[in-house]
Write a protein that binds this ligand. Structure first.
Ligand SMILES: [Zn+2]
Length: 162
């Protein structure tokens, strides 16, 4: 599978002079199941760095590719200056404990929803260069990762309100 068409969409924008634009609730791309990333070329690497810049610009702690109109399984999360860029993330294990907290989403501005998440997750994913990684997360980091991974399956927090 080739991602280049999806990624090319982004380079019609000359970031950061012309910032990537966000997609909002109601945009079809937010409801699609995203395609796996298969091409880990420099182009993908650059795409991920641009996605991170966009996330910072829009003031989020996480961003998923469909939120900028690209239907690929790619996310970025940044918490306490710890940045993680992931392709094809999968939750392979989680705790039984459910925690309900309010969440916001850049694609649903000005609203918060109470969302139940598990407090601990184990993830496997690919790095921007295609390397395999496997790690554990808890607290806000685990919550943000679950939020972004939901985006890759077309799931938004307004669907999950407790
Ligand atoms: Zn979101």
């Amino acid at each position: 599978m080739d991602n280049s068409q999806e990624i090319d969409k982004l380079f019609t924008n000359d970031f950061p002079e012309k910032p990537l634009s966000l997609c909002f609730l109601g945009d079809e791309v937010l409801r699609k199941k995203c395609d796996p990333v298969a091409d880990f070329s420099d182009k993908f690497n650059k795409f991920m760095n641009n996605m991170h810049k966009a996330m910072k610009k829009f003031g989020g702690i996480g961003l998923a590719a469909p939120q900028i109109g690209v239907s690929l399984r790619a996310i970025v999360v940044e918490i306490n200056k710890r940045v993680i860029l992931l392709a094809n993330p999968e939750i392979i294990n989680c705790s039984d404990g459910i925690i309900c907290e309010e969440e916001g989403c850049l694609s649903i501005p000005g609203q918060v929803f109470s969302v139940e998440r598990t407090g601990f997750i184990e993830i496997k994913a690919r790095t921007v260069t295609g390397g395999r990684i496997h790690f554990e997360a808890d607290g806000l980091f685990a919550r943000a990762l679950q939020h972004e991974i939901d985006h890759l399956d077309g799931v938004l927090i307004c669907d999950k309100e407790w």
